[in-house]
Design a protein around this ligand. Structure first.
Ligand code: AMP
Ligand code: ZN
Length: 465
């Protein structure tokens, strides 16, 4: 399996540390707001990565944090804590806000068929670990206390910018957005490990520490959560490209200084989803959520398909036109896959042939659009019987996760499903008796209940709109 590694800026063969188990860390959401579909593009890509690894036979231990403290409005450790601002606005506590948006986040995961990581850890759960880690950095001379805060001293490293092409002079105030002056820092690139002093008095969550009552900086959580669950060596660390600097750069700096050796072998980053104004973000421009797309009548899996149609390392511009196209493509695809019968025997050679093509597309730095082409090739191949096609589709869907062989009945109760199937039988009978008026009436009634039916040569299939 080949992956683009941001660390080496090359496509490399993926070799796990342990033959049987891949340890994978994903930066989780900052839960002060709903996730937008841009955030979710990154999580869809990470889901594809985890499932591709599993498809290749690896066991995967995947860990994700939930940022519920310490992520300030500017990446350079200034501004208000995003969680506190949101709580104040909504007149709720920070923990209520975190709980609400964490639940909303995982509802979106479910709608997009993104597998939940095996371990999910809120940042506020590991405060003693952060304190130990920071103390370790102070003891080794990598951190200093200034103006009440503890900072990481980036000048102690020869290769602080190992993950990025950032030049130190770009870190001068005013050059890069989000860089503000902090007179307590010894060097502009230094970053906060622990805050005791902040511009705002009403930080809700504070903990005792050897440096005074305070709270952790943003980057520390990912280092410590990863160390706790994955140990001192990590195979893959992922996130969106905006995480490369400063977040992942700082994670590497502090973790490798703490450990005294290399920490993570592969850094995998997803390019952004943009809207017409540029990068989709929680604070700027259109804020598109999965629920909003649903309210507009779209199936969330059409958005998943739209993401899979492009390569994760290319920027993707969101327009309703492209979503409409994806929705049409999804409906057509599903109609084809649902009409496959299980008749005949699976042809093992054909299965192997197409499965290898599919796997090698995914193993080519997660080329999901090529993998989709293999799926279409299977459906088009007149030499394949339905049973073989269906088996291949089912297998591919372990990674694609588009519910290709499943009626979308997640939200329907059994009674309703029985009712729909019964109505379809009545309609088929009506058609057989040439009672087209009744047949149309049944179809219209189902349509009103958001059930779309389609007659295929193999029989009538139905979809939830
Ligand atoms: P946040 O909740 O802001 O911490 O971001 C959660 C994840 O979404 C991180 O991995 C970000 O890098 C990623 N992300 C943020 N904005 C976008 C975007 N427009 N497109 C793709 N990924 C994004
Ligand atoms: Zn992180």
């Amino acid at each position: 399996m080949k992956l683009y590694n941001t660390l080496t800026r090359k496509i490399e063969e993926f070799i796990p540390i342990d033959d049987n188990l891949v340890k994978m860390y994903t930066c989780g959401p900052t839960v002060y707001h709903y996730a937008h579909i841009g955030n979710l593009r990154s999580y869809i890509m990470e889901d594809i990565l985890e499932k591709t690894l599993m498809y290749n036979g690896y066991n995967v231990k995947r860990v994700m944090n939930i940022t519920d403290v310490g992520h300030l409005s500017s990446d350079s450790d200034t501004g208000d804590d995003k969680m506190v601002t949101s709580a104040k606005k909504q007149k709720k506590t920070v923990l209520d806000i975190a709980k609400f948006y964490t639940e909303a986040f995982f509802k979106d995961f479910k709608k997009l068929n993104i597998k939940k990581p095996e371990i999910i850890e809120p940042a506020t759960n590991l405060i003693p670990e952060y304190i130990n880690f920071i103390q370790g950095l102070i003891d080794k001379g990598y951190a200093y206390i200034s103006g009440g805060n503890v900072y990481f001293d980036t000048t102690k490293l020869n290769d602080y910018y190992v993950l990025t092409n950032h030049k130190e002079d770009e870190m001068v105030v005013g050059v890069r957005q989000g860089v503000e002056n902090d007179s307590s820092k010894h060097n502009q690139a230094d970053f906060v490990l622990w805050f005791t002093k902040s511009k705002f008095e009403d930080q809700e969550l504070k903990w005792d520490s050897p440096w005074g009552l305070g709270y952790p900086g943003w980057h520390i959580e990912c280092s410590c959560i990863s160390l706790k669950y994955c140990g001192e060596n990590l195979d893959i660390h992922c996130g969106g490209v905006d995480n490369i600097f400063p977040h992942h750069t700082n994670e590497i700096a502090q973790t490798e200084s703490y450990l005294g050796h290399k920490w993570c072998n592969y850094w995998v980053h997803c390019e952004h989803l943009n809207d017409k104004n540029g990068k989709m973000s929680k604070s700027n421009g259109d804020f598109l959520t999965v629920s909003l797309l649903e309210e507009k009548g779209y199936n969330p899996l059409s958005y998943r398909l739209m993401c899979l149609q492009s390569h994760y390392r290319k920027q993707l511009v969101f327009t309703y036109e492209s979503l409409n196209n994806a929705e049409q493509a999804y409906k057509k695809l599903k109609q084809k896959t649902l009409s496959l019968r299980e008749e005949g025997n699976v042809n093992e050679d054909s299965f192997k042939f197409y499965n290898e093509k599919f796997t090698s597309a995914l193993n080519d730095d997660m080329n999901t659009s090529s993998a989709l082409t293999v799926l279409y090739d299977v459906l088009k191949d007149n030499n394949l019987n339905d049973a073989t096609k269906k088996e291949l589709v089912k297998s591919f869907d372990k990674v694609l996760s588009l519910d290709l062989t499943k009626q979308n009945t997640n939200d329907l109760d059994e009674e309703f499903i029985l009712y729909v199937e019964n109505q379809i039988k009545l309609r088929t009978e009506a058609k057989r008796n040439k009672d087209f008026k009744l047949a149309d009436k049944i179809r219209d009634e189902l349509k009103e209940k958001k059930i779309e039916i389609k007659d295929t040569k193999e029989g009538t299939i139905w979809l939830v709109k």
